[in-house]
Design a protein around this ligand. Sequence first.
Ligand code: ZN
Length: 497
Amino acid sequence: MSSPIDQLKERLYEVNALNAASALMDWDQQCYMPRGAAEARAEQGAVLSKMAHEIFVSDETQAILEKAGSEVDPASEEGALVRVVKRDMDQRTKLPVELVTELSRHGAIGHEVWVEARAESDYSKFQPILEKTVDLTRQVADCLGYTDHPYDPVTDQFEEGATKKYWEDMFDTIRQPLVDLVAEIKASPDQPDDSFLTGSFQEADQRAFSMRLLEAIGFDLTRGRLDTAPHPFCTNFSVNDVRLTTRFKDYLPSAIFGTLHEAGHGMYEQNSPQGWDRTPLAGGVSLGWHESQSRTWENLIGRSKAFWQFFYADLQKTFPGLANKDLETFYRAVNKSEPSLIRVEADEVTYNLHIMVRFEMETGMLDGSIPVKDVPAVWNQKYEEYLGITPPDDARGCLQDVHWSGGLLGYFPTYSMGNILSYQVWNAMAQDLGDLHEMMSAGNFQPILDWLVAKVYSQGNRHLPQDLIRQVCGTGLDATPYITAIREKYREIYRLN
Ligand code: ZN
């Protein structure tokens, strides 16, 4: 008879196999599936999810988990596995099946209505969906339980340990510095020209260059792939099968930075310990941590001057149209910052202001201080306040994001946490490794990847997210490194002083 912990692992492998099959079907749906297959695929996915759920929450699994929990040392790897599974079990068993089914049905319908409402820029169409999203989310909060604010258990699902207060403290430290920096940048007479980044760039060339980037930074192509999808994402079915997607458009940075961003997520997944594969200990520890790594490879590395000191000659050779643009012009162009209406296109300076608007709206909707009918007006007022612009219509305002249509509240702040944390981790790395820019300008990314693997990626999901921050950075979440670094970077780019 095998030990309870081995029995637990056997169960988890079964759940993982079903989840991996669902994820593979989802990857296929976004990359290759013919549109006509949508309905059958949705039904098939629902069957697999139900099977995985039933195995996971079965009395048998719960009994095994209980037994394993009483036998393992909480400080061991196995103790960590039990803790992670218990948390998941707890959340899943607290939510009644009817509510989970209702949420998933609402997500499917909500998505359809949102697509239409956005296309017609008609908020009145979307309002009932959003009202229901808020109502169902309140029910989720009640089932999970909370003491201070309904947002607390909701956001904790995505970032363990985070609360409304935690996010408020985070935003309080960046709000004014960012609003001030945006104003300084806007007033600069020396605006970079990035018009040359839009044009006709051969898809095959974009693909070849993207592949060279992946190889150079250390994404393992024997255990991963790059494909294309309309909205780039990264998924994986095991530590040894990580799928990245990117897109090839007229705007050249789209492929380059999309690829680097997803590769950051991908390398985090690829470098979990092999022994943890197919268990919940493998993979990133939280959404905020995951995003910190995609941002590291996209922004701190990919948008640095040092990176392009190494790659720019190759880029110019691949796209001869860039021949008459020097490195400095290119570097300034890919770092152009300006207040814009659309979050997903926002730069490093303005991005977190977009997130702050959404966070304030979400908490307000949940506690009733922002009535759902007032969302467009409040949204526009906040955009004016933080970014100095007012959306001309709701399609480019409160209807732009997919999240609320699918019932996802509490998710947005993890993007900002990722931006902030990426700079904190970077500083810790620089203390250990010395001059990171010198390494990057020589195309030497191995020490950087090795350090991230040792400190972060190899830890998988073993620690609590906030404990890992303290372990790697020596302090809690702290926005000072982010604010200091982007101030310095953008003052140079915009020639302010
Ligand atoms: Zn990401």
